[in-house]
Design a protein. Structure first.
Length: 264
């Protein structure tokens, strides 16, 4: 049995009722580290020390600024004896970015942690040691300066999740969607905003029509959470598309079959 917990489903502006987008696999693998990562882990009842792997998609603040807090918490609270090393999976040059972030946020406090408490990996694919997951990183269409990539995540049961990160429609997503069981697609802007770097509701609808047999999960949502007043209203999408809410969970059995556990 495996699970994917969606600890946050909002875009960079944290719409009412949503925290920054964050996915957690089997309580041990994080995709990205938003500023509120510690709060999100505690709400899920997960200790930061239990995180074995952290996969970065790109360098925008809502996906990275929680990294210094995660390292600091592990160093002083949940794993002060340094019994665990965090696997950090990122693109070439990413460590320099995170080093600057940590040294700026907590000068002198994380120097040893960056060298001794993190296992840095720039591999484009591989097994996530100690878990039932493997990954392959692929380029997506987002702000180019952030070196944006998604992850094709495969469970030992055969279940395949396409985590598209922040991206507008692109060939990298299209090439992999037909073989995916579920696609985690961002919808960061409404239709009246023009940008090639995000999906709009119309883009999501078009995508769902092209892949009718694939579970489409919407995250990085610009709209407010269900039942929340204020902000942008949730758009109407086809029944084959599920707009995730914070706390929703995808459950996968040993045969790769899956079901969505709705928190709301």
């Amino acid at each position: 049995m495996a699970r994917i917990d969606f600890l946050g489903t909002g875009n960079a502006f944290s719409p009412p009722g949503r925290m920054h987008a964050l996915a957690l696999l089997d309580s041990t693998v994080l995709v990205d580290a938003p500023p509120t990562v510690l709060v999100q882990l505690r709400r899920a009842g997960v200790s930061p020390a239990d995180i074995e792997h952290l996969l970065f998609t790109h360098w925008h603040a809502d996906h990275t600024f929680g990294f210094p807090f995660l390292l600091l918490e592990r160093q002083h609270v949940s794993d002060p004896d340094a019994t665990k090393t965090l696997g950090v999976h990122l693109r070439p040059g990413g460590r320099d970015i995170l080093d600057v972030l940590c040294r700026t946020g907590f000068p002198g406090s994380l120097d040893a942690a960056l060298d001794e408490r993190a296992n840095w990996s720039e591999s484009e694919s591989g097994e996530l040691a100690g878990t039932d997951w493997s990954y392959e990183r692929f380029p997506v269409c987002h702000t180019p300066e952030t070196d944006p990539h998604g992850y094709e995540l495969v469970h030992s049961s055969g279940f395949r999740l396409l985590h598209c990160a922040d991206s507008g429609p692109c060939e990298g997503i299209e090439q992999r969607s037909a073989r995916a069981d579920a696609v985690l697609l961002e919808m960061g802007i409404p239709d009246f905003v023009q940008s090639p770097h995000h999906h709009t509701p119309s883009d999501v609808i078009s995508f769902a029509r092209r892949y009718p047999d694939t579970l489409v999960l919407v995250t990085h949502n610009y709209a407010s959470g269900v039942g929340i007043e204020g902000g942008f209203p949730m758009p109407e999408l086809p029944s084959s598309v599920h707009q995730l809410e914070d706390g929703d969970t995808l459950i996968i059995d040993e045969n790769g079959n899956f079901s969505l556990d709705i928190n709301s």
